[in-house]
Design a protein around this ligand. Structure first.
Ligand code: AMP
Length: 377
């Protein structure tokens, strides 16, 4: 694709979840239509898009029908097969490229790529056979974390190993093989950077933010992260460096650990909009979704500036959603609903942003107080 996608053109999004929904809403603001590929009827993204191809991601006829309906393709989740994206890439431009997706789909490939780009991760070892596990654990030391290399998310597909007695049960439980064993990183906080890179190589990185999880699911993002200026700028450089090394066109989220001594170690990559970037929808002139669409459409990338500090709180499962009427009735809370009709426990159903004057992000107590009905302190 050369030049910018013309007004009225159709962006194909593989995946029908909330990330596709919010990307499609940003695309509409820029004058584009979106067309969703999803196996799920009435998916969150389909509800706000001009068209849908309903079918499995790995079915060639479905992929071809989808490609016919669109001008450029992007994706909103990573568990789509790279082979499927290759079929699409033969028919229409795919941004980010299938090669970028391949790196992020496999934790071993991903760690090799990150380390190969000169960026630090925690110590890790690949485990292809049962016999390799005990020696790897001896080398890395306990505690350590055993993970599947593919198809894991929100803490699924991993087990904490506290001693030798945990080795066999974890090996039995985790599938598919191979696995990866990571040293446990005793982090002071988890941070992330969402970075966009345009087709012309322009890079725009949002500020480094701090992420807090509950039950392995992102609960709250604080923007900016409450970490040293040095660690925050190290995180920025890492994100830019990885976007460049990947030859990315699109969006990349880099999840990191900030160690107690200030070292920044990369945990994983996601070449798509990311939950830890949802604060940008209200605290930045151009959100992560707008930058995603701009990069995919070949539009100029504005700087990823922040006009406010922000807290993003996820709404997970029916208990959080039961607070929706109270959220709507609380001034200052900015609600985002994903349109999901089935409200299972552990499912991300929406989020809330709360803004503060730039430089005015309060401490933990103030943050909780500002969340009103969502205050869990
Ligand atoms: P992941 O699926 O790799 O993003 O892991 C989910 C969460 O588990 C992370 O956000 C961390 O809170 C925790 N975690 C994963 N790997 C490690 C590790 N090597 N050391 C410490 N905590 C980890």
């Amino acid at each position: 694709m050369s030049g910018a996608l013309p007004f009225g053109a159709t962006i194909g999004i593989v995946g029908g979840g909330q990330l596709g929904r919010m990307s499609a809403m940003a695309a509409a603001r820029l004058g584009y239509r979106c067309h969703i590929l999803t196996p799920e009827p009435d998916a969150p993204a389909s509800q706000v898009s001009a068209g849908v191809t309903l079918g499995p991601y790995d079915d060639e006829a479905t992929l071809r029908a989808f490609a016919t309906a669109v001008d450029v393709v992007t994706f909103e989740f990573e568990n789509v097969s790279a082979a499927g994206l290759d079929i699409l890439a033969a028919l229409k431009p795919v941004r980010p490229s299938p090669a970028v997706l391949r790196v992020s789909q496999d934790r071993i490939t991903e760690k090799c790529f990150i380390n190969g780009a000169g960026v630090a991760t925690g110590p890790w070892m690949s485990v292809y056979e049962h016999g390799q596990l005990a020696p790897a654990a001896t080398q890395l030391g306990f505690p350590c974390v055993l993970k599947t290399t593919r198809l894991g998310y929100d803490g699924r597909g991993q087990a904490m190993l506290r001693g030798p007695e945990d080795l066999d049960p974890a090996w039995e439980k985790l599938a598919p093989k191979p696995l990866i064993l990571e040293a446990f990183v005793d982090f002071a906080c988890e941070a992330s950077v969402v970075v966009a890179r345009g087709a012309d190589g322009t890079i725009a990185a949002f500020d480094t933010v701090e992420n807090r999880h509950k039950h392995h699911i992102l609960d709250t993002t604080l923007a900016p992260a409450r970490i040293s200026a040095e660690a925050a700028s190290q995180a920025q450089s890492i994100a830019r460096q990885l976007a460049q090394a990947l030859d990315l066109v699109g969006l990349l989220a880099v999840e990191m650990f900030v160690a107690a001594d200030g070292r920044v170690l990369v945990n994983e990559l996601a070449p798509r909009p990311h939950n830890s970037g949802h604060w940008t929808m209200d605290a930045c002139p151009a959100s992560q979704f707008e930058l995603h669409i701009r990069a995919v459409a070949g539009l100029p990338l504005p700087p990823a500036t922040r006009h406010s500090d922000a807290v993003m709180k996820n709404l997970v499962g029916p208990d959080d959603m039961a607070l929706w009427p109270h959220i709507l009735a609380t001034p200052g809370l900015i609600p985002h609903h994903y349109g999901k009709t089935e409200q299972r426990p552990g499912r991300k159903l929406g989020h809330v942003n709360r803004l503060f004057p730039k430089g005015g992000l309060p401490g933990d107590f103030g943050v909780q107080a500002a969340l009103g009905p969502l205050n869990t302190a």
